[in-house]
Write a protein that binds this ligand. Structure first.
Ligand code: F6P
Length: 370
């Protein structure tokens, strides 16, 4: 008898751990299923562009960042850009994707992604597709899971780089402003800032006061600490101000890309202190290279959980981590119940200003700029 088939796709920005999830699903499911991987996320589903996933094609990928399936942060098939008669038009082409899956006898679609990618997964589930979601993002901002894979690796990269920047800041008596990713969630800055002994951590959830930032730099100066390390989330903003937009990526579920707050802040601070102030944006370095041990383990657990959910036909759900245990939650709950095809982002998990880690940071003398 012909085996049933699983299709896997990776959507949105790449994150360390994608390959480890693919690796583990293949190992956990190959006995009962044939497995294929769609290339470039949902675009592959639309173009029926896929590759076989087996022990050979997934050999040696567990530790590697990126995704062997490639990814796209555009391509919402419920609102897809096509060219017709030389004009760009938006169309719902989800039925083409469903027909492609039927043609290939794909019984289950496993979607590895963040809020944009999983919103489409939810919409495919609404159309009767057997979908399983797995939560990916370095930002750690997905609801209903304690941790997304990719986050720990990003935090480790930031911590390592804060160590490097410390030595230069200290040697030159500089203020160093380090911009990290996270969109409108300050998890990376908060975790890495504490672990990397930053002096000031600025996150989107706590709008900062420039005066408070200057006060902390001057306090340090008075304590004979002639340098200051500031970690700022790309989506952070001054009280009463706006986050700095770096670029707009048309067709991306969340088109806004933040970027530039470190440069702005460095300029603002330099008007107020005698030190030289420099800025550094870590950018995509935070998503690159090998996957941390924690993320490898978490990703393998997510993959095995997805396999279990497939076996138990627990479709329309996302695997999640709750209090250290693997669990699952309905995609409708994770993403909220916005209309099909909507580009509204899900119920993102942001830092509560009273979060324990905010209190921890303040207790050890780190300023949150408030
Ligand atoms: O969501 C992950 C993330 O890395 C964000 O932290 C960042 O704002 C965004 O993706 C960058 O996306 P892109 O790779 O499209 O520039």
């Amino acid at each position: 008898m012909e085996k049933k088939k699983i299709g896997i796709l990776t959507g949105g920005g790449d994150a360390p751990g994608l390959n480890a999830v693919i690796y583990s699903i293949v190992r956990a499911c190959s006995q009962d299923y044939d497995i294929i991987g769609y290339r470039f996320g949902y675009r592959g589903l639309y173009n029926n562009d896929f590759m076989p996933l087996d022990f050979t094609t997934t050999s040696g990928i567990l530790h590697r960042g990126g995704t062997i399936l490639y990814s796209s942060n555009k391509d919402n098939l419920f609102n897809y850009t096509l060219e017709e008669n030389g004009q760009k038009v938006k169309k719902d082409v989800s039925d083409v994707a469903i027909a492609n899956m039927k043609k290939e006898n794909v019984d289950v679609l496993v979607v590895l992604g963040g809020d944009g990618t999983l919103t489409s997964a939810r919409d495919f589930a609404r159309k009767g597709v057997n979908v399983i979601g797995v939560p990916k993002t370095i930002d750690n901002d997905l609801a209903c899971t304690d941790s997304t894979f990719g986050f720990d690796t990003a935090v480790n990269i930031v911590v390592e780089n804060l160590g490097r920047l410390h030595t230069t800041a200290e040697s030159h008596h500089r203020v160093m402003v380090v911009e990290v990713m996270g969109r409108s969630a300050g998890w990376i800055a908060l975790h890495a800032g504490i672990a990397g002994s930053a002096d000031i951590i600025l996150i989107p959830e706590i709008p900062y006061s420039l005066d408070k930032v200057i006060e902390k730099i001057k306090d340090r100066e008075a304590e004979q600490k002639h340098f200051t390390i500031i970690v700022v989330t790309e989506g952070a903003a001054e009280k009463g101000g706006q986050a700095v937009v770096g670029r707009i990526v048309e067709d991306s579920p969340d088109a806004v890309r933040f970027g530039g707050i470190a440069a702005k802040l460095a300029h603002d601070i330099e008007q107020c202190v005698p030190n030289e102030v420099r800025h550094c944006t870590l950018g995509h370095i935070q998503r690159g290279g090998n996957t941390s041990a924690f993320d490898r383990l978490l990703s393998v657990r997510y993959g095995v959980k997805a396999a279990e959910m497939i076996a138990k036909k627990q479709f329309g759900n996302m695997a999640c981590l709750r209090n250290g245990e693997m669990d699952f939650e309905s995609l409708e709950v994770v993403l909220g119940s916005s209309a099909t095809g909507s580009t509204a982002m899900g119920l993102s998990k942001r830092v509560d200003p009273n979060h324990e880690l905010v209190r921890v940071a303040k207790s050890v003398g780190i300023s949150l700029g408030d």
